[in-house]
Design a protein around this ligand. Structure first.
Ligand code: NAD
Ligand code: UFG
Length: 331
């Protein structure tokens, strides 16, 4: 199939391009490079030996998107393009609502106009809010604590309504848990600008000596050791989930958790990193971070039953591949 990948120069997008190409699909990418670099796609070509059609455009721009649909016989869309920094979304809510919602609507409309029946959307476990773990796809969604999370819940709703109203337009909503790790080649991975918000990039930067210590946000949660529990998933497993999702996409609305089903606490992750890489990660216990929940992990059985997908890599693979990528960075 010819797959149009929006946000394909980003962290999850580059890994998914690799897996799509290795599964025999053709890939075209649109990205405005607001949180990525064109070089990341050159690395994808280095890994796969295959070129990628690239459009440097903003996918909220209806005219530019229309041009791409006219120039290409697209079989499916994977929509990664979006802004994702939770704190920034609180400070700049309109920017987040505009970018993340308008892009979804523009792309869905183009698909319907051009009779493209497969649309895969990057959602997030954040839509479950503070439900009881493990999170199942059929649970009622709860309000999220920030505009970023709301854009995911609203996009899910918009796409659900669009799929219900348009025969032949099928949507798969993928709820990611916590993507970490990097490609085994060490060529692509996540390299956030400025101070990382997320745990794993912070841990690798502390290990590297770029930051003095890790702040552990709270040790008084009702969890195994009091620190927050998350379902970390290797980005390559996540990417493979997208290949299955687009290949097996059925008409109507499909929802899947992409997680491992296993929760890991902050201190367990730090310990795994230290053991796996033989390097110390100094940390300090700090107050809770506003908006955080105690535990978030998936019931991952639906994706296995219906897509035949399950995560294969474990926490050791995640800490080792994250560290390998950090060490390969030049700046
Ligand atoms: P990323 O920032 O690395 O990739 C997103 C890409 O989209 C970037 O390359 C950026 O330049 C591009 N982009 C943003 N707005 C655009 C626009 N209007 N037009 C064109 N390109 C645009 O992020 P990621 O971690 O790869 O996340 C991909 C998707 O998955 C996002 O929608 C994100 O919200 C979602 N998601 C990520 C996580 C996570 O922890 N990484 C968790 C759940 C969901
Ligand atoms: N944490 C620390 N110190 C840090 C960073 C994080 O202790 O410096 C803790 C957090 O308190 C939390 C855990 O590590 O308990 C994971 O935090 P992350 O920021 O890495 O991830 P979150 O679970 O908060 O959020 C991530 C994405 C969101 C997405 C959500 C879905 O950042 O975009 O997963 O579950 F919505």
């Amino acid at each position: 199939m010819k797959i149009f990948v929006t946000g394909g120069a980003g962290y999850i997008g580059t890994h998914t391009c690799v897996e799509l190409i290795q599964a025999g699909h053709e890939v075209i990418v649109a990205d405005n490079l607001c949180n990525s670099k064109k070089e990341a796609l050159d690395k994808v070509t280095e890994i796969t030996g295959k070129g990628i059609g690239f459009y440097e455009i903003d996918v909220t721009d209806e005219k530019e998107v229309e041009k791409i649909f006219k120039e290409n016989q697209i079989d499916g869309v994977i929509h990664f393009a979006g802004l994702k920094a939770v704190g920034e979304s609180v400070a700049k809510p309109l920017m987040y609502y505009y970018n993340n919602l308008v892009s979804t609507m523009v792309l869905a409309e183009a698909c319907i106009r051009h009779k493209v029946g497969r649309f895969v959307f990057s959602s997030s476990a954040t839509v479950y809010g503070d439900n009881t773990v493990p999170f199942r796809e059929d649970m009622n969604l709860l309000p999220t604590t920030n505009p970023y999370g709301e854009t995911k819940a609203m996009s899910e709703r918009i796409l659900t309504d669009a799929a219900s109203a348009n025969e032949g337009f099928g949507v798969t909503l993928l709820r990611y848990f916590n993507p970490v790790g990097a490609h085994e080649s060490g060529l692509i991975g996540e390299n956030p600008n400025g101070i990382p918000n997320n745990l794993m990039p912070f841990v690798t930067q502390v290990a590297k000596g770029k930051r003095e210590y890790l702040s552990v946000f709270g040790n008084d949660y009702d969890t195994v050791d009091g620190t927050g529990v998350r379902d970390y998933i290797h980005v390559v497993d996540l990417a493979k989930g997208h290949v299955k999702a687009i290949e097996k996409l059925k008409e109507g609305v499909n929802v899947y958790n992409l997680g491992t089903g296993k929760g890991t606490s902050v201190l367990e992750l730090v310990q795994a990193f230290e053991e796996g890489n033989g390097i110390k990660v100094p940390y300090e216990i700090c107050p809770r971070r506003p908006g955080d929940i105690a535990s978030c992990y998936a019931d991952a059985s639906k994706a296995l039953d219906e897509l035949g997908w399950t995560a294969e890599k474990d926490i050791m693979d995640m800490v080792k591949d994250s560290w390998k990528f950090e060490n390969g960075l030049t700046e």
